[in-house]
Design a protein around this ligand. Structure first.
Ligand code: PEP
Ligand code: MN
Length: 254
């Protein structure tokens, strides 16, 4: 049974009441780090904080995230600052733990094809942010959402770029998928600017392009000290850069 708070949260997300930006560090690294980001988001009127506790890293020796401790930190801080939390589940065995503490469960790009996980998520009474697989066609992406929809309709579709031959950006941001998703589904569509672009210098025009294409939300990574970040240091905006970013987006809406 869905509880009314979750129903309200979903209505907020669907209607855009929760705003059109979700932001936060690639990974929660410490309580202090996340407090700084939460305070900044709160003061900027942003209501959704994203942070990874379980990190899918290419190298086994690199920082893997704080795991359950990270989930607890996200939970405590989001409660304290009245923010909506979003974090990635990497392993079905952690799902219950996360569902009890996180508002929106993220399925990362690498797990979009994990059908047993998608089936489990169909049984979860929480909104799911489903990221497009890095080599997934649009049809495969929509079909993955259908797995979740068998039991849970609270799905957000996130374009995060697909792999191609060019290395100018981290992935190729497929903005054409935004209007196509809008035509073929009634799910909110999110564009992840950080993991698609992998660079900060073209974030403003691509954010504007995403909104112009019909995206409901954009996602980006923010870190109090990006140069010291334990993951994705190159692509995370500093708080100062994020402030400039927000100013620029406001100007466009003015
Ligand atoms: C993330 O959002 O933290 C992430 C790892 O992204 P992706 O799954 O798109 O690579
Ligand atoms: Mn990241």
């Amino acid at each position: 049974m869905r509880n009314t708070n979750i129903e309200q949260l979903w209505q907020c997300l669907k209607s855009g009441l929760s705003g059109n930006i979700m932001a936060g560090p690639c990974a929660v690294e410490s309580h202090e780090q996340l407090v700084q980001v939460a305070e900044f988001l709160k003061n900027s009127g942003i209501s959704i904080l994203r942070a990874g506790a379980f990190k899918p890293r290419t190298l086994p020796g690199s920082f893997q995230g704080l795991g359950k401790e990270g989930v607890r930190i996200i939970h405590d801080i989001c409660k304290q600052y009245d923010l909506i939390s979003i974090s990635e589940v990497m392993d079905i065995r952690d799902l219950d733990y996360m569902v009890q503490r996180i508002d929106i469960i993220q399925v990362g790009s690498r797990n979009m094809f994990n059908y047993s996980m998608l089936k489990e998520l169909a049984r979860v009474g929480k909104p799911i942010l489903l990221k497009r697989g890095l080599m997934a066609t649009l049809n495969e992406f929509i079909n993955a959402a259908e797995y979740i929809r068998q039991g849970n309709e609270m799905i957000m579709m996130c374009e995060r770029g697909i792999r191609s031959f060019d290395t100018a950006t981290r992935n190729i941001l497929d903005l054409s998928c935004v209007p196509i998703l809008k035509q073929n589904t009634d799910f909110p569509v999110v564009v992840d600017l950080s993991h698609s672009l992998g660079r900060k210098d073209i974030m403003i025009p691509m954010a504007k392009a995403s909104m112009a294409a019909g995206a409901d939300m954009i996602m980006l990574e923010v870190h109090p000290e990006p140069q010291k970040a334990l993951s994705d240091a190159k692509q995370q905006l500093s708080l100062y850069e994020f402030e400039r970013f927000l100013e620029n987006m406001k100007l466009q809406n003015a």
